[in-house]
Design a protein around this ligand. Structure first.
Ligand code: 13P
Length: 254
């Protein structure tokens, strides 16, 4: 399976920075086609920068997909401030991140809400990147597997399959902290996630499971070589084209 190298830009950058970052990424991939043999690429800018990113990608859209960081559970109507899944498809997005721990924490998002959003997204042909992960306290208390198992059970809706669903394991304590889970911990959790998917999805073996949390050029090779790590969801390092491309270049040959 090719690795999915996903950039989550979060709430960062100006319009000009979004354009220049996109330009540098697309140029970098286009310079080295061996990257495309090993990886698929998606970036998830802030909503308001998406159109500019598309404008910059232009005819190279086959090298870089574009996604959003959230969508509404509603289809349309009087939902002030919301962006629907259909609007994302309409503008050309192919992916949407759902249930990121920052939205769980700051917007109080529940697994039930995430499943509703995922269902709306699947209905509009978007691939959902559904995030799961335990807090530091949950890990210290020995509950990491139970927490992730419960998140998967509730947040991944009926109708999910390997085509429309990607799971991202992001231990909350590793996000933006410079701490990463050990390769052994990642291996155990990704195997556990695969086993849980088996209970739910016929094509569980083909669902991509990404690791996220302080993925950098200096640890990407080790993380991307772990069994059942099918790519990375990258925050801070995805804001630097060189780092993002270097992470991709760490992907093993398929
Ligand atoms: P960092 O790579 O900055 O730790 O962020 C990870 C993340 O939250 C990606 O969604």
């Amino acid at each position: 399976m090719k690795k999915l190298i996903a950039g989550n830009w979060k709430m960062n950058g100006s319009l000009a920075e979004a354009a220049s970052l996109t330009e540098a990424i697309v140029h970098g991939i286009d310079q080295d086609h061996s990257l495309l043999d090993r990886c698929d690429f998606v970036v998830c800018p802030p909503f308001i920068h998406i159109e500019t990113v598309f404008g910059t990608v232009r005819e190279l859209s086959h090298v870089l997909s574009v996604g959003a960081q959230d969508c509404s559970k509603f289809e349309k109507g009087a939902y002030t401030g919301d962006i629907s899944a259909g609007m994302l498809t309409d503008i050309g997005c192919t992916h949407v991140i759902l249930g990121h721990s920052e939205r769980r924490q700051y917007q109080d998002e529940s697994d039930v809400l995430i499943a509703e959003k995922a269902q709306a997204a699947h209905g509009c042909d978007l691939t959902t990147i559904i995030c799961v992960g335990e807090t530091e306290q949950e890990r210290e208390q020995g509950n990491a597997f139970d927490v992730v198992g419960a998140q998967l059970a509730q947040a991944v809706p009926e109708g999910s399959n390997a085509h429309n669903t990607v799971i991202a394991y992001e231990p909350v304590w590793a996000i933006g902290t410079g701490k990463t889970a050990t390769a052994e911990d990642v291996k155990a959790m990704h195997q556990y996630i695969r086993d849980k998917l088996k209970e739910k999805l016929a094509d569980f073996a083909h669902v991509r499971i990404l690791y996220g949390g302080s993925v950098k050029p200096n640890n990407a090779q080790e993380l991307l070589s772990v069994p059942n790590v099918d790519g990375a969801l990258i925050g801070g390092a995805s804001l630097k084209a060189d780092d993002y491309l270097a992470i991709a270049d760490s992907a093993p040959t398929v």
